[in-house]
Write a protein that binds this ligand. Structure first.
Ligand code: UDP
Length: 138
C-alpha cells in the first residue's frame, strides 16, 4: 500500500464540487486516511510550493491557493501516487482526458481543481507539511 497527498483546490471547493470529487475518490478504491479543510495563508501556500519558487507563475499560483478554502487529504491505495495523478489528468484541464477530475472540474491551467504528489519523496514532504502522524492513525 502506498500513500499520496491530495488537495481539492479553492476553485473546486468554492464551486461546490468537493463532494463530487470525494465520491470519485471512494469510487476509484482509495482509502481516505486523513482529511481536513484549511484556508491557507499566502506564506503557507509559498511554503508548500517552494519547489516552484523561481517559476514565473509562483506569485499567482500562491495567490490563488490562498484565495479560498482547500481540502487536504492523504489517500491510500496500491500505487496511490500514479493512480491519483491518473485520476486527476493533465495539469492543463484543456489537455486532460475525458473522465478525469481536472477535465471535469478544472477552470484553467492555474485553477485546475486538484493537486497530487508526483513521487514518493514529494508525497512524504507534502503529507508531513499538513498532517501529524497522530492524524493519520487508521
Ligand atoms: N501552474 C500554473 N501555471 C503553469 C504551470 C503550473 O499556474 O504554467 C500551476 C497549476 O495549478 C499546477 C501547479 O502550478 O497544478 C503545479 O505545477 P506542476 O507543473 O507541478 O503540475 P502538477 O504536478 O500539479 O500537474
Amino acid at each position: 500500500m502506498e500513500r499520496t497527498f491530495a488537495i481539492i483546490k479553492p476553485n473546486a471547493f468554492l464551486a461546490g464540487n468537493a463532494g463530487k470529487i470525494i465520491a470519485r475518490i471512494y469510487a476509484e478504491g482509495f482509502k481516505i486516511v486523513g482529511m481536513k479543510k484549511l484556508y491557507l495563508s499566502k506564506r503557507e501556500a509559498e511554503g508548500f510550493y517552494y519547489v516552484h519558487k523561481d517559476r514565473p507563475f509562483f506569485g499567482e499560483l500562491t495567490d490563488f491557493m490562498s484565495s479560498g478554502p482547500c481540502i487536504v487529504m492523504v489517500l491510500e491505495a496500491e500505487g496511490a501516487i500514479k493512480k491519483w495523478r491518473d485520476l486527476m489528468g493533465a495539469t492543463n484541464p484543456a489537455n486532460a482526458a475525458e473522465g478525469t477530475l481536472r477535465r471535469e472540474f478544472g477552470d484553467s491551467l492555474e485553477a485546475n481543481a486538484t493537486h497530487g504528489s508526483d513521487a514518493p519523496e514529494t508525497a512524504a514532504f507534502e503529507i508531513g507539511y499538513f498532517f501529524s502522524g497522530l492524524e493519520l492513525l487508521m
